[in-house]
Design a protein around this ligand. Structure first.
Ligand code: ADP
Ligand code: ASP
Ligand code: MG
Length: 464
């Protein structure tokens, strides 16, 4: 069998974790599987690199950079020494070359006082450039032939959209040739999170994008299965950090899972399932720290058990945008609004439109408010709409389940359970697939609303 395993940041976050990772890979290898591995950066490393890149644009204190670089080096080298003592010299040399490159580009950013999307992408891809050689060396340490390689060299070719790139279909044949052909003899450890544009520029796949890398590689090598190894037992009924009663879901369809991750279930990157879906490869989500648990199977099948609702998720830091006073009798105003927002790079997560077409409410993330404001100001100036407003401190609750399709009364039941808890709904939207109902509440009600629905549908229990 051919298996692609992706290990997240916590799974490669320290010595103990990497030992677990290596044991998991070894077991699969010994069962006779061909294995390709994709890794994230060590926990928090990408965040730290981003923070340093943003700091150094304006800051003059070079000492901070030196401390940052030496902390980064220490963390990686001490981990390497513990997991691959026989390869310390060779791998340290690689790591030092990469750290030198990272430092040079950070200094350049500082000197130019400019962090462009292109340089930012190049910089933030370094976390994975540092973790992959360590994991690969740890495999060699226990006698498993392995090499490490960048997403770009592995064949991931992207559309060149910095910060949120999409893999082109051409990637698959390249991956088959560069990675698939070597799987019989060695285990590649591929740096997740990034690929290259046709011009050869490093492009990242969006935050948490290593899941997407895993699925792209899986599709490229025609894997029999893709396993996303993480720090929870599988996909759960809601984020267990938010609601401790959350339970593991045994199986879920690609579509349901995509809805869940789009609406905040961080356990899988929202676009990660697309390549797996295209090639119909089952995806398992499993726990590196509890490897005996079977985890969750994500596949094409819609498992219509008796459950109506399968999961609830929450998006924090959202902003409700209301646009009203459309020019009457002029068709296409809504289209112009969305075009203007899209051109400004604003991602509209939810839309609700009054039937009169005289107003529209939308949800965007708080960090895109400034761009949205600019776009809407231009639309207002052109006289297409009269006014717009932003309501911050709101959250989006999303209820997912294929069983909702054709079950009358679901919205009424959801609203009743919210009403009983005195939770006010600011906006409501139902996807046409009927797999998803999303609504917007004030920040202080977000977790309360998730809990209310979790309880209403008995998601903490084996059956409803
Ligand atoms: P990794 O570093 O392995 O990619 P992430 O932190 O990106 O891990 O994703 C795993 C985390 O996703 C879990 O620790 C959990 O807190 C969070 N999470 C959010 N929603 C869910 C959900 N519905 N099921 C499981 N985990 C979830
Ligand atoms: N290291 C990247 C991030 O933190 C990608 C990933 O971990 O999936 O966003
Ligand atoms: Mg993740």
């Amino acid at each position: 069998m051919r298996v692609v395993m992706k290990f997240g940041g916590t799974s490669v976050g320290d010595v103990d974790a990497i030992r677990k990772v290596v044991a998991i890979i070894k077991e699969s290898h010994e069962q006779g599987n061909e294995v390709a591995v994709v890794v994230s950066a060590m926990t928090k490393v990408t965040d730290q690199i981003i923070a340093e890149a943003e700091r150094i644009v304006t800051c003059t204190d070079r000492k901070v950079l030196d401390t940052f670089m030496s902390d980064l080096r220490t963390r990686h080298i001490t981990t390497l020494e513990a997991v691959a003592p026989d390869y310390v010299e060779e791998v340290t040399e690689h790591i030092d070359i990469r750290l030198e490159r990272l430092k040079n580009i950070l200094v350049a950013v500082h000197n130019l006082r400019e962090l462009t999307p292109r340089s930012r992408d190049y910089i933030i891809s370094f976390g994975e450039k540092l973790s992959a050689p360590i994991v690969s060396a740890a495999l060699r340490q226990i006698g498993i032939p392995s090499f490490q390689i960048s997403g770009c060299d592995a064949g991931i070719l992207t559309d060149g959209v910095h910060g949120n790139a999409t893999a082109l279909h051409e990637s698959y044949a390249r991956i088959a040739e560069r990675i698939g052909s070597r799987l019989a003899n060695e285990i590649p450890v591929i740096q997740g999170f990034a690929g290259c544009s046709k011009e050869g520029a490093v492009t990242t796949l969006g935050r948490s994008g290593s899941d997407y890398s895993g699925a792209i590689i899986g599709a490229g090598v025609d894997a029999d299965e893709i396993i996303i190894w993480t720090d929870v037992d599988g996909v759960m009924t809601t984020d267990p950090r938010m609601i401790s009663e959350a339970r593991v879901i045994d199986s879920i369809s690609f579509i349901e899972m995509m809805e869940m991750s789009y609406f905040g279930a961080k356990v899988i990157h929202s676009r990660a399932l697309i390549p797996a879906m295209e090639k119909d490869i089952p995806v398992y989500v499993r726990n590196t720290f509890n490897a005996s648990h079977p985890g969750t199977l994500v596949s094409r099948e819609t498992h219509t058990d008796e459950r109506i609702v399968k999961a609830v998720s929450l998006i924090k830091n959202s902003c409700l945008v209301s646009v009203s006073g459309f020019t009457t009798g002029r068709p296409g105003v809504a289209g112009e609004i969305f075009t203007a927002l899209a051109e400004a790079g604003v991602n509209v997560m939810l839309i609700s439109q009054g039937s009169s077409e005289l107003n529209i409410s939308m949800i965007i993330t708080e960090d895109q408010m400034a761009q949205a404001e600019q776009a809407l100001a231009a639309i207002t100036e052109r006289g297409l709409v009269k006014k717009y407003s932003f309501t911050t401190n709101v959250q989006v609750v999303s209820v997912v389940g294929a069983g909702m399709r054709g079950t009358p009364g679901t919205i009424a039941r959801i609203f009743r359970s919210l009403g009983e808890k005195h939770i006010n709904v600011l906006m409501l939207s139902q996807g046409s697939s009927e797999l998803n109902i999303s609504f917007v509440v004030n920040e202080e009600d977000g977790i309360k609303a998730v809990r209310a629905i979790h309880e209403e549908y008995h998601l903490d229990k084996e059956s409803e």
